[in-house]
Design a protein around this ligand. Structure first.
Ligand SMILES: [Zn+2]
Length: 136
């Protein structure tokens, strides 16, 4: 039975959707697909240098799941670089949105429709609501 798929938050804007080795015709190339969550894991862990638990929290998944995604991403990239394969990057399934609150662009892999705030703003609001117990 497939496990229920949890939405992953993607904040990175990615500048390209395809890489291929120079001077080799497409027909001869093997292609590797990097999913949006794998690309985001690389961005957070390797480029922004976040700790895995911080990065996992940002994406809305467990640290273990993040570790698995990151490991898969590293293997795919290494396979492409060393084996001379092309990399196709899949965009996030739901497309990009802009948070109505902070204006930050973000996307989800399996987004509920009509969501207007990015996950970080939602978390802040929840903390604000629960953090200050006394009202009025
Ligand atoms: Zn926001």
């Amino acid at each position: 039975m497939p496990r229920p798929y949890k939405t992953r938050w993607i904040y990175g804007a990615f500048e390209a959707d395809y890489f291929k080795p120079r001077g080799r015709p497409m027909a001869d190339l093997e292609e590797i697909r990097l999913e949006a969550d794998e690309l985001e894991a690389l961005r957070l862990a390797d480029l922004e240098d976040l700790y895995q638990d911080a990065a996992a929290e940002k994406m809305g998944i467990s640290r273990q799941t993040f570790g698995n995604i990151l490991k898969r991403a590293h293997q795919k990239v290494a396979d492409a670089l060393i084996g001379g394969k092309a990399i196709r990057m899949n965009p996030a399934a739901s497309g990009r949105q802009w948070c109505r609150r902070c204006g930050r662009p973000w996307a989800g892999t399996n987004l509920e429709p009509g969501r207007e705030e990015c996950p970080e703003c939602s978390v802040e609001e929840k903390e604000a609501r629960h953090g200050h117990g006394h009202r009025g």
